[in-house]
Structure formats: C-alpha cells, structure tokens
Design a protein around this ligand. Structure first.
Ligand code: HEC
Length: 492
C-alpha cells in the first residue's frame, strides 16, 4: 500500500520528470491494495475445497458406493463442517474437532432433533426477548459468512446452522466457546472483546434457535431475522468522499485509504485505455486511521498529501441514532479540526451532521450538512517542499446528499453531490462536487471505484472541485471527471 509514499511522491513530483518507475509503482500499489482482499478469498477458497471434499465423502457414503469403510471405522462426516467429524466407539459417539484438537462425547446426528430442539438456551432466549438482539447481531456480524438465513455460504466454508445434523454437533457450550474464541485454521474469527458477554449469549442462542424443530421458535427466529434484515448496512465509512456515519465496532481499528487521480481526466483528451483511464497517473492519496472507542463513539486521524496542502484532520464522531436499534433513522455528529502543513497553519473547524435512512433492504439515502469555519480555497502546490500559501479563511456551509443501492448482495452503486450553499464562489467553487461509483463489500473490507470532480477528501476540502484546484474554470465540467478509489480495511 502507498501509506509511506507522500514523502517519496513529493520527491518524485519535485523532480517532475515523472520517472517511469512511478507508473510501475502505482500499478504495484494498486495490486497491493486489491490484494488486501485476497487472503480472505484464498482462505475462503480453501474452505470451499475442504468442505466440498467433506460433502462428497458424505454423498459417496450416502449413495452406498462404499458404506462399509465408514461403517467399519465408525466414522460419520458432518454436512457442512470442514473441521469436525463424529467417530463411533462401543456405542458411544465422539465429536472430533480437528481445528481445536478436541474430542468430546456427543449425542450424534440421529438423535439431534430431540436432544437439541428447543434446548434450554434457545427457550431461555425466546422467553427473555434476547432473540431480537441475537438476530440483530447475527445480521450485522455473522451473516456475511453464515448467510442471512444461517444456511451457510459454500464459498466461505460455513456450515448450515438450520440442519439438525450440524446442530447436533454444537452444544450450547461449544457454540459460545466458538463465538468467543473463533476457530483456528478457519475463517471463523474470535468475538471476545468485540461483543459483550450478553451479546455473545444472545447470538449463541440465536444460532441454536435457527435449527429448532419447534414451530414457534422457528417463527420467532424468522421474524426477528426479517426485522433486522430490513435495515441497510453501509459497507464503508464513506460513500465516496461523503461519510456514511455507520457505527464502528467497539475497539475496532479501521484504515481508510483514498486515491484521486485528479490530473488525468478519465474521458476526454487522448484515448485513455493505455493509461487505464488515468489510474496509472499521479494521484492525491490520503490515508487515515479510525478507532471505535465504543460502538457509538469513534476518533480518527487523516492526512492528505502535500500537493493539496498536506492537511492533517483530527476528528471525533458520535453515532446517536441507529436503525439497527429500531430508530427511524441513523444520525451521527462529527467534529473535526484540520490544519494544513501537517497541522501547523490554516486551521479549519468542521461540524457535520450525518443523517441517513434505509429506503429498502437494498438502498439507503444520506444527508450531510457541514459547517466549515475558516475553510481555505483548494490550490495545487507544484513545489512540494514549500508551505501551503496563507489564504484567507472563509466560513462555508455545504449540504452533501448521497445514495447507495445494492445491485448484488455485496455490490452497490453509489452517488453523491456536495453543493456549497454559503460562500462557494469565495472558495472558487462554481459547480458542486459530485461523484458516482461502484462499491464492493467483503468481510471487514470495502473497495470503491468511482469518478468525481473533487480531489479533496478531508471535510473542509471535499466540496472543492478540480476547477478551483487547478485554477482552470472549465476543469470541473463533465469532461474533467477523473477516476479514483477508496479502500477500507478493518484491521482488528
Ligand atoms: C469471516 C467469516 C465468518 C464470520 C464473520 C463469522 N463466522 Fe462463524 N464460522 C466461519 C467458518 C468458516 C466456520 C466453519 C469452521 C469449520 O470449518 O468448522 C464457522 C463456524 C461457526 C460455528 C460452528 C463452529 C463449530 O464448532 O463447528 C459457529 C457456532 C459460528 N461460526 C458462529 C458465528 C457467529 C455467532 C458469528 C457472528 C458473531 C460468526 N460465526 C461470524 C466463518 C465466519
């Protein structure tokens, strides 16, 4: 990734002879960025390989082609599990957990429905009203890998929780234990510290409830799941440059990395195929870290490069309403201060509200009013070692409006427009900043590829356009749209 590069880029730009290796570097960084998702995909693929292997042994056994071997050895494969199997000895059944190197006695699949349906945990959950909490957590945290209905996702290698056979292998203790500590050697992460004891118990009961043979339990689970599945969950902290105001995980650490290839319009001039519509050009690359102090309160630090005044932005954000909690809308407030030249001059103070609402399970709209006190006009610095110029501070107000629409379960199209309603012309802003793009969601990752007319990504700069930045009044017309991308990764 390019996080260490502002200095290096500075030197490169200064040299201004645009060394050829820079293009190569850009491509490598792009590839590195894209590969952030690859370990996940690789392990998902290996999960797939092993679980298909398990499944095919089951069907081989089931079709009677070679039942003698498994019978003679007393081995039973478990549908959907790639790390557990059951061994029968002297009339007793033992669950062998390969990932944990653990063996314990189990009731076995055949008697599962009786032993486990409506078990005490599930019953307790149903009666105590924790089911909703459990369903909510399952939708928010688990469904990416386990499927919204708990039936498992082949590519993620997850078992079908609604199968009585699978549930027979999962005692209440085992479920809670797995949620707390994860499963080594598989994608299943540990949730201890991320979820409270209470939340772990609730989602554990929900997992048990999914396979209940008791019709009313099933209805409770299904309706709780339906309720929470109605709420749209943004894939990233940003649509493109506008914040989504989504909640962070308590103690979660997030990296946000943005690139705006502002110097090469994507659609005009020479044919752009050879330079990947501008992607191998010079970009404004910003980098930030966010930390969830609680699941509602987060802090962040973010920096943009020298070519745009090297602002450092420090921010605190509070999410005070969330649709996942049954509220009619999501509302967050963000307060930030940015200072150019690495927080040493041209300070701007920003107050933002972020309001969003689910339109359907697959779409959400966003409104982001933002007040920036003492904002500075966007200017390009061509001599990177110089301080950004001393420009007058101007108070401004912008109203960002955006939308996301999921066109596939993990792919959304996004669009946003950020008109500056107060003092736009004073900042050299004559047309609103806008962007559109496509956003891919992975577990704890998001990648957004888009086109926009604004090079800025910190609050006080994002409403500025390419025209102000380059000092060319025509540069923010449609023909001046340029490509860019955002990467988000939750590290912990
Ligand atoms: C990144 C993907 C991922 C996420 C997110 C995830 N899981 Fe898992 N989980 C897995 C995989 C893969 C397995 C199967 C492991 C195996 O091969 O046995 C699994 C297995 C399990 C098991 C069964 C373990 C066993 O002993 O067989 C339980 C229970 C479980 N997950 C619960 C949860 C809950 C509850 C959540 C949400 C709080 C969750 N998982 C989130 C990937 C995930």
């Amino acid at each position: 990734m390019r996080r260490e590069s502002p200095m290096k880029r500075g030197r490169e730009l200064q040299a201004n002879s645009v060394p050829r290796h820079r293009h190569l570097l850009n491509l490598i960084f792009m590839a590195a960025g894209l590969t952030c998702g690859v370990p996940l995909l690789l392990s998902a693929a290996s999960g797939l390989a092993t679980s298909t292997a398990a499944a095919s042994s089951v069907s081989e056994n089931g079709s009677g082609s070679n039942p003698s071997m498994t019978d003679a050895l007393g081995v039973h494969f478990i549908d959907g599990s790639s790390s557990s199997l059951i061994i029968e000895r002297n009339g007793k059944k033992y669950l062998v957990d390969l990932a944990r190197h653990a063996i314990r006695e189990t009731a076995g699949p055949e008697v599962s429905a009786q032993t486990h349906s409506g078990g005490s945990l599930a019953a307790a959950a149903a009666s105590s009203g924790d089911t909703r909490l459990g369903a909510k957590i399952f939708m928010e945290k688990c469904s990416v890998c386990h499927g919204a209905n708990g039936k498992g996702i082949t590519a993620a290698g997850t078992p079908d929780f609604t199968s009585a056979q699978v549930q027979a292998t999962l005692t209440e203790d085992a479920v809670i234990n797995t949620i707390k500590h994860g499963k080594k050697g598989t994608l299943m992460p540990s949730w201890e510290g991320k979820l409270s004891e209470n939340e772990i118990a609730a989602v554990g009961s929900f997992v048990k409830l999914l396979a209940s043979t008791n019709a009313s339990d099933q209805q409770i689970a299904a309706s709780a799941a339906r309720e929470t599945a109605k709420v749209y969950t943004p894939a990233d902290d940003y649509l493109y440059s506008l914040p989504t105001g989504r909640r962070l995980e308590r103690h979660g650490l997030y990296v946000n990395f943005t690139h705006r290839f502002v110097f090469d319009p994507a659609f005009s001039g020479r044919a752009r195929g050879a330079i990947l519509a501008g992607l191998d050009g010079f970009s404004v690359a910003s980098f930030g870290l966010r930390y969830g102090v609680t699941d509602k309160f987060s802090v962040s630090a973010y920096r943009s490069p020298s070519v745009i005044g090297r602002p450092v932005e420090l921010m605190a954000a509070y999410n005070f309403l969330d649709e996942h909690d049954g509220n009619p809308l999501n509302a967050s407030f963000r307060f930030s201060v940015d200072g150019q030249d690495n927080f040493s001059k041209n300070f701007t103070t920003n107050f933002e509200g972020i309001f969003s609402r689910t339109l359907s399970r697959r779409a959400q709209i966003y409104f982001v009013p933002a007040l920036s006190l003492q904002a500075r006009r966007l200017t390009v610095s061509s001599a990177l070692e110089l301080e950004p110029p001393d420009l007058p501070g101007i108070n401004t107000f912008s109203l960002g409006v955006g939308a996301a629409l999921d066109i596939r379960p993990t792919v959304a199209v996004i669009a946003e427009v950020i008109p500056t309603l107060v003092n736009g012309p004073e900042l050299g802003i004559h047309r609103p900043a806008y962007a559109f793009g496509i956003q891919k969601r992975l577990w704890r990752h998001a990648f957004t590829l888009g086109f926009s007319n604004s090079p800025g990504t910190v609050v006080s700069q994002r409403a500025g356009t390419r025209a102000a930045f380059l000092g060319d009044p025509s540069a923010d017309k449609g023909s001046g749209l340029f490509i860019g991308f955002d990467l988000m990764r939750q590290m912990y």
